[in-house]
Design a protein around this ligand. Structure first.
Ligand SMILES: O=C(O)c1cccc(C(=O)CC[C@H]2O[C@@H](n3cnc4c(=O)[nH]cnc43)[C@H](O)[C@@H]2O)c1
Length: 226
């Protein structure tokens, strides 16, 4: 687990916080929880890490921010994050960025082209988790994987879980958001509400409404604790 230690005063000093979701329904859910807290700007950036990185970079170029959060629904790894629970990333990992080789997956880090793993702001992570727990919400921390293809088989789920020990959830935007934040030297968090388990594709079984309701409750906590 890689966690970036940030310095500075208490995070109540956060004056502007950029929250990036993929779709409008996630944005609306968060806004419902954030209420009238004007410190938060919530943008629906589109699906996938590239779109997320572009939109985050654009927003950060237009106005100053103190914190960037990637948020939305996600898939939970069986035994780590149940449907209807929350995951706060302790590390944001680009899980499929690299090369396939006959000997297995080789990350861009192993290839010498940068890093697959972006640390989160430890103090803010703990502050948010404490707040979620105090609100009685089921939350766990762990690596959240960013993938460009939603996992659709048990074999792929097992492969990713082995590639990133402790992987708690997967989604499609975190690494893009985190890269753009890192370019500006800003701390980043990723928060996912689990709509489905990572594994054999069964889109009809995704509990999207429940996950969006939980996202709204998480928004309420963010406004309280940040
Ligand atoms: O159809 C709807 O009403 C609806 C409402 C809100 C969100 C959606 C999405 O499909 C969001 C796509 C978004 O969700 C993340 N996600 C969710 N589960 C997974 C997964 O198992 N693996 C990877 N990503 C997942 C992802 O970040 C997508 O951008 C629909």
């Amino acid at each position: 687990m890689k966690i970036q230690q940030t310095t500075g005063g208490p995070s109540k000093a956060l004056r502007r916080i950029l929250v990036i979701t993929a779709v409008a329904a996630e944005r609306e859910a968060l806004l419902g929880g954030l209420g009238s807290d004007a410190r938060f700007v919530v943008t629906a950036a589109g699906v996938g890490p590239v779109q997320a990185a572009l939109s985050t970079a654009r927003a950060l170029a237009e106005a100053p921010y103190d914190l960037v959060i990637s948020a939305g629904i996600g898939g939970g790894f069986a035994g780590r994050a149940a449907v209807g629970s929350l995951v706060v990333a302790d590390e944001i990992v680009a899980a499929d960025l690299g090369a396939e080789t006959p000997a297995g997956f080789c990350s861009i880090e192993e290839l010498g082209f940068g890093t697959n793993r972006i640390p989160v702001a430890a103090n803010l992570l703990h502050q948010v988790v404490r707040g979620l727990l105090a609100a009685g919400l089921p939350v766990q921390t762990g690596p959240v994987l960013t993938v460009s293809t939603v996992t659709g088989t048990a074999a792929r789920a097992a492969e990713l879980a082995a590639r990133v020990p402790g992987a708690a959830a997967e989604a499609m935007e975190g690494y893009g958001v985190a890269l753009a934040a890192r370019e500006r030297g800003l701390p980043v968090l990723e928060i996912r509400t689990v709509s489905n388990l990572v594994g054999p594709r069964d889109r009809g079984a995704w509990r999207i409404n429940e996950a969006l309701e939980l996202l709204k409750r998480a928004g309420c906590v963010l406004a309280e604790v940040l």
